[in-house]
Design a protein around this ligand. Structure first.
Ligand code: DX5
Ligand code: ZN
Length: 210
């Protein structure tokens, strides 16, 4: 059974509580919280105070995806705000130190790769990583098209001996979900395809059947 993690980036920003409750009610496994700094990616989203408010209203397992040039500066604030996992990019500053800091705060540590960054870049830090998040689009915006060639990295990670979870993020929908899971991905991040769906519960059932 694959897991589904809806990305709040695609929800109505004025009704994030309703969006989180929809994910809870439809049986989603966790929630994906995209954080951007206008520098690592050309966009801005949410800060820790938004997560704190949301997590108080809707207790859930929040996976915080930090698309920040300097993630270490915000790890503690997001941990205190209610994150269950924090994911940082291998291309960002102080990557290994950030992973250690996340684990040190008792959270799951995730490592994300831009589409053009090879899996082998994680080799020396594999023991610090609980989950790898493969970006299947260039990070920064929702609603883009999945880059299928990225999925080969799932097999490469297993060949490198990585035994943790592999997630994919960007452009995943009901039509390509099975291709993503067949490639070895166990956690599907879905923004547009979940929050834009007429039948969100049906999307969850479809993913859980994979
Ligand atoms: C993109 C974000 C993704 C995005 C996914 O930078 O990291 O989480 O919201 O949205 P969709 O599913 O619409 O591509
Ligand atoms: Zn994301």
């Amino acid at each position: 059974m694959a897991k589904i993690s809806p990305s709040l980036l695609a929800a109505d920003p004025a009704c994030l509580g309703d969006a989180a409750r929809l994910a809870l009610r439809t049986g989603c496994d966790e929630l994906h919280f995209d954080v951007m700094d206008g520098r690592f990616v050309p966009n801005l989203t949410f800060g820790p105070h938004i997560l704190r408010g949301l997590a108080r209203q809707v207790p859930f397992w929040y996976d915080v995806h930090l698309m920040l040039q300097r993630p270490l500066a915000f790890v503690e604030a997001f941990a205190q705000a209610g994150a269950g996992a924090i994911t940082v990019h291998a291309e960002a500053e102080a990557f290994a130190q950030s992973l250690r800091a996340i684990r040190g705060l008792g959270l799951k540590a995730g490592a994300s790769l831009r589409p053009g960054t090879p899996a082998r870049c994680l080799l020396e830090n594999l023991p610090l990583i609980d989950r790898v998040l493969l970006m299947t689009v260039e990070p920064g915006f929702g609603g883009q098209k999945l880059m299928p060639q990225v999925l080969d990295k799932a097999r490469a990670l297993r060949e490198m001996g990585f035994a943790g979870e592999i997630a994919a993020d960007g452009g995943i929908n009901a039509l390509n979900a099975s291709e993503v899971v067949k490639a070895g991905v166990g956690v599907l991040i879905m923004g547009t395809a979940f929050f834009g769906a007429q039948d969100a519960a049906g999307v969850v059932r479809l993913v859980h059947a994979l």
